[in-house]
Design a protein around this ligand. Structure first.
Ligand code: FAD
Length: 340
């Protein structure tokens, strides 16, 4: 591999985080990376720098500081209103070449992945994609990125010795969010954006939202597996009653019963609900990765030997078609008593 655009001798001892936002709201993964970045930087006495792009987004910078950034570099420009790779790619490239961070983290979101892949090629550095954990090796100032492979059967630890920045995309939901501290002090730096309209070849004609909420932070999840036989309406009713949302294992997603964005697990969302109610699913490793951080797991399965029971705090052996309506009735009954 050819040498990177800048090397170890020129790097600044800092961890940069790409602060992805959509319509003025940070993606959770951006704040999660700030939390993890802060933890790693504190060990080495390094700086955490947030890189924020958009139109009218400067007001978001104080929140990034409260969440752990020492500096926020802001590129605020009308041509950065929508994520378009030509514009965002060019501004991020120039900013990183200016700041020369040792580490540069982006979320493993569709936009983060798009940006990271293109930039890694331009920087002539490597990219550790879809990481599930990160830590710093203080001796060599090395970022160690954990990436799961072979369907979760192995976890690879990847280091980058000679190329800079050490780039990684981070899977949403894998890091805890640190509480915001509004008293934290930090510096906000404005980036002079030199973009011309003719550089942006793509035009956004319409924005269509999928309507699926971010499942990584919902307080209650009702998850349906193959055993619910495509009936997600009953699950939706229970989820509504307990202030949560629905998710699914891979088979109902593959069979087209439910949107792919609702898949939980290794190749889906990694969630942190207070309660996860697992209905008609066996409890494969690939699914468990997605609910490993749930406070309480409840499961319903007709097979008394179902592996999910081993992972559950409470379980019911029975047919979901009978247990779920009874559960819904019980929750509704409790609510009526509370409201009486
Ligand atoms: C690389 C890779 C990545 C993967 N990523 C994911 C992922 O992100 N998420 C994911 O979910 N899977 C993933 N998978 C697939 C995973 O390995 C399992 O195949 C899948 O999770 C099984 O889904 P399930 O539990 O719904 O189905 P099954 O394993 O078929 O289990 C169905 C369960 O329903 C029960 N059941 C049937 N009827 C009823 C009823 N009427 N009432 C009550 N219980 C009933 C059965 O007893 C059974 O336990 C991945 C696989 C690979 C190879």
């Amino acid at each position: 591999m050819p040498p990177s655009r800048y090397g170890i001798k020129e790097e600044n001892k800092s961890i940069w985080v790409y602060l992805e936002q959509d319509e003025g709201v940070f993606e959770n993964v951006a704040l999660e990376m700030l939390s993890k970045g802060r933890e790693m930087a504190d060990l080495l006495e390094w700086k955490v720098v947030g890189l924020l792009l958009g139109n009218g987004v400067k007001t978001l910078a104080p929140e990034a500081i409260a969440r752990g950034a020492d500096e926020v570099w802001v590129a605020d420009h009308t041509l950065l209103e929508n994520f378009i790779i030509e514009g965002h790619g060019s501004v991020v490239y120039d900013a990183v070449m200016d700041g020369k961070p040792s580490v540069f983290l982006l979320g493993a979101t569709p936009n983060g992945r798009d940006l990271a892949g293109r930039l890694a090629v331009r920087f002539r550095t490597g990219l550790n994609a879809d990481c599930t954990n990160l830590h710093m090796e203080p001796k060599g100032d090395l970022l160690i990125s954990e990436v799961s492979g072979f369907g979760g059967g192995v976890v690879a630890m990847i280091e980058m010795h000679d190329h800079r920045p050490q780039m990684a995309t981070v899977r949403p939901g894998v890091f805890e969010l640190r509480a915001a501290d509004s008293k934290r002090k930090g510096e906000i730096r404005e980036i002079l954006v030199d973009l011309k309209p003719e550089q942006i070849k793509t035009r956004v004609l319409e924005r269509v939202k999928s309507g699926v909420v971010d499942l990584t932070r919902v307080p209650a999840l009702v998850i349906g597996g193959r055993g619910v036989n495509g009936d997600f309406e009953t699950l939706r009713k229970l989820a509504g009653l307990i202030g949560g949302d629905i998710g699914a294992t891979r088979p109902p997603v593959d069979e087209g019963y439910i949107e792919r964005e609702r898949q939980i697990g290794q190749t889906g969302a990694v969630c942190h609900p207070r309660v996860a109610i697992c209905c008609g699913l066996s409890g494969a490793f690939h699914l468990l990765v997605g609910i490993d951080k749930a406070d309480v797991v409840v499961s319903i399965n007709s097979d008394p030997e179902a592996p999910i029971f081993e992972f559950s705090d409470y379980y019911i052996v029975g047919d979901v078609n009978q247990v779920l309506p009874a559960l819904i009735q019980a929750v509704e009954g409790r609510r009526e008593v509370q409201h009486a």
